[in-house]
Design a protein around this ligand. Structure first.
Ligand code: GUN
Length: 300
C-alpha cells in the first residue's frame, strides 16, 4: 500500500474542537448559545441512530439541542406548523429535518419551508441557487466535509481534474459546485456515463458517492490521485460469523490504496466529518443571525 490514509475521524475531532471554541466565545463575549433543532418523523432505525448522535455531539460542543420526534403518520400541516414555529424561535439557529421522510410527506415542500438562513443542511432551493452562483449560502454537510479534507491534504485545488461519481442533490451536485468554486475542472459521472473507467482514470480528485459497494476498483484510479469515498454500504461478512456484516465504501479500498496518492477509509473517512460540519454550519448560521464575524476555516 502506498497511499496516505486521510483520517476523517481525527479531522472531525479537530473540527468539533474548533466549533466548541467558537461556541465558548459566543457564550462568553455575547451571551449567545447556538441552538440546533432536529426533526425526525417516524421510526427508521438508521435515522434514529443519526439523530441521537447529532444530539449528543451538539451538546458536547456546548450548543443547545432541540429534538422533535413526530409519529410516522404526522400530517404535512402539523410538520409545517412545527417548522414555522422553529423558523421564528430566536433560540434556534439551525433546523434539520431528517430524511427520508415517510412517503405521504412532500420532502421538497417541507425542506423549502425552512428559513434558508437556518437551513444547516443546505438543501433549500435558495441555498442551492446561492451555492451555484458563488454567493454566500449554507453548504450541505457531507460535501463541505469532503472539501475540507481535500483542501487540508492538497492545499490549492486550482486546475485539478475532479470527477464526482454520483449526481444526488445531497452529495454529488453540491460537491461538484464546491470543486468548481475551488477552480477544479469538474466532471459529474453517474450510472449512465459511458466509459466510466476512462473518465475516472483522468481524475486527480475522485469523489465516489453512488452507494454501490466497492464499485470502483483500483485500476480506475489515476496513480497519485486523491480519492474521497463517500459510500457507506453494509454488506454480508460471513467470515466474521453467520449473519454478520461489515461496512465498505463505493471504492475497492485495498486495490485503490495501491495506486492512489491519498484515500479516505470506510469507516473513519467522510462519515465522521458530516456531523462535524453540521455543527460548524450551526455556528455559522448563529454568527450570521447575530451579525457577528463567521468562524474561519469552518465554511466553504
Ligand atoms: N439523511 C441522510 N443524510 C442526511 C443529511 O445529510 N441530512 C438530512 N437531513 N437527512 C439525511
Amino acid at each position: 500500500m502506498s497511499a496516505t490514509i486521510i483520517d476523517g475521524k481525527a479531522f472531525a475531532a479537530k473540527v468539533r474542537e474548533q466549533v466548541a471554541a467558537h461556541v465558548a466565545r459566543l457564550k462568553d463575549e455575547h451571551g449567545i448559545t447556538p441552538g440546533l433543532a432536529v426533526v425526525l418523523v417516524g421510526e427508521d432505525p438508521a435515522s434514529e441512530v443519526y439523530v441521537r448522535n447529532k444530539g449528543k455531539q451538539t451538546l458536547e460542543a456546548g450548543m443547545n439541542s432541540f429534538e422533535h420526534k413526530l409519529a410516522a403518520d404526522t400530517s404535512e400541516a402539523d410538520l409545517l406548523a412545527l417548522i414555522d414555529q422553529l423558523n421564528t424561535d430566536p433560540a434556534v439557529h439551525g433546523i434539520l429535518v431528517q430524511l427520508p421522510l415517510p412517503g405521504h410527506l412532500n420532502s421538497d415542500l417541507v425542506i423549502n419551508s425552512i428559513d434558508p438562513a437556518k437551513d444547516v443542511d443546505g438543501f433549500h432551493i435558495s441555498n442551492v441557487g446561492l451555492l451555484g452562483t458563488g454567493q454566500k449560502s449554507m453548504v450541505p454537510c457531507t460535501p463541505l466535509g469532503c472539501l475540507m479534507m481535500l483542501r487540508d491534504h492538497l492545499g490549492s485545488l486550482s486546475g485539478l481534474n475532479a470527477v464526482v461519481v454520483g449526481r444526488s442533490n445531497i452529495v454529488g451536485k453540491p460537491m461538484a459546485q464546491l470543486l468548481l468554486g475551488d477552480s477544479c475542472t469538474v466532471t459529474i459521472a453517474h450510472s449512465r456515463t459511458k466509459d466510466l473507467a476512462e473518465v475516472c482514470r483522468r481524475a486527480d480528485i475522485l469523489v465516489a458517492a453512488v452507494g454501490r459497494p466497492e464499485m470502483i476498483p483500483g485500476d480506475w484510479v489515476k496513480p497519485g490521485a486523491t480519492v474521497i469515498d463517500v459510500g457507506i454500504n453494509r454488506i454480508p461478512a460471513p467470515e466474521k460469523g453467520e449473519g454478520k456484516h461489515r461496512l465498505v465504501g463505493d471504492v475497492e479500498f485495498a486495490s485503490a490504496a495501491e495506486v492512489a496518492g491519498a484515500i479516505t477509509p470506510v469507516p473513519g473517512g467522510v462519515g465522521p466529518m458530516t456531523i462535524a460540519c453540521l455543527l460548524a454550519n450551526t455556528v455559522t448560521a448563529c454568527c450570521r443571525a447575530n451579525a457577528l464575524p463567521e468562524p474561519e476555516g469552518l465554511t466553504a
